[in-house]
Design a binder for this molecule. Structure first.
Ligand SMILES: [Zn+2]
Length: 249
């Protein structure tokens, strides 16, 4: 079987033997995949120490059928995630991007737009962009691209328009705002302010926006996303434990 080229972000590296490792990557062309890199732990050879966490690599991969590890045959480093060496909060934010891709994306399900969003987020973290805003925008991009964008105008349960009120109920299980009737008896419902609701709608409408997000609104959206993502993934993301530190900036 021939090897296919792609570009990828390294999400996880597990030592497999003295010289080999098993690597999970998010590739631009083939989505998330996990492959065996024979000789991946040697400084010389086809991988040249390229397989570091959050590195961007040019990769050659032989894709196998389901339930078998793919085979990585070569990787060349494009760019290393450098934030690690100067700022712990940026390093943890990078880990969180990797964790979200591992937990939210499915294997062999390509989403080039999500790859580009992840790459852009890592670049911003590597630079001096705001950590909380960069993460928030990446999370919203991931939700939108993977089909989990919450309903913000229409009731997520019955489809009727939900009027603009100072606060509306947001159903974590239904995946969006709820009308008064549907809210009755529902569990896992939180209250969403009008300001946060309209900021969310604006962010989803214009993914390229660079407009500032009000600090209070950002805090409210942080709380909403923590719960919504935990619900979607089925557990609280590990890196949420460090959010106090990540979100202070
Ligand atoms: Zn309803």
């Amino acid at each position: 079987m021939p090897a296919d080229p792609t570009v990828a972000i390294v999400l996880r590296v597990i030592d497999f033997s003295e010289s080999s490792c098993v690597v999970t990557l998010f590739t631009r062309d083939f989505g998330k995949l996990t492959g065996l890199a024979k000789g991946g732990r040697r400084p010389k050879g086809p991988f040249e120490s390229a397989l570091d966490l959050l590195s961007v690599v040019r990769l050659m991969v032989i894709r196998k059928s389901a339930d078998t590890l793919d085979l990585l045959t070569e990787a060349k480093l494009e760019r290393r995630f450098r934030a690690a060496s100067r700022d712990l909060s940026r390093l943890y934010a990078g880990y969180y991007v990797a964790e979200l891709l591992i937990d939210l994306a499915h294997d062999h399900d390509p989403h080039p737009e999500l790859f580009d969003a992840a790459l852009a987020a890592l670049r911003k973290l590597d630079d001096s962009a705001s950590v909380p805003t960069t993460l928030l925008r990446f999370e919203l991009a991931a939700l939108r691209i993977l089909g989990h964008q919450p309903s913000l105008d229409l009731c997520a349960s019955c489809g009727e328009e939900v009027p603009e009120l100072p606060r509306v109920p947001f159903g974590l299980i239904s995946g969006g705002v709820l009308c008064a009737r549907c809210r009755e008896g529902k569990r896992s419902v939180i209250s969403l302010s009008h300001q946060a609701r309209s900021t969310l709608a604006r962010e989803f409408e214009d993914a390229a926006t660079t407009e500032e997000i009000d600090r209070n609104v950002r805090g409210e959206l942080r709380g909403l996303l923590n719960q919504y993502l935990s619900h979607l993934i089925g557990h609280r993301p590990k890196m949420h434990a460090f959010f106090g530190m990540l979100m202070s900036g």
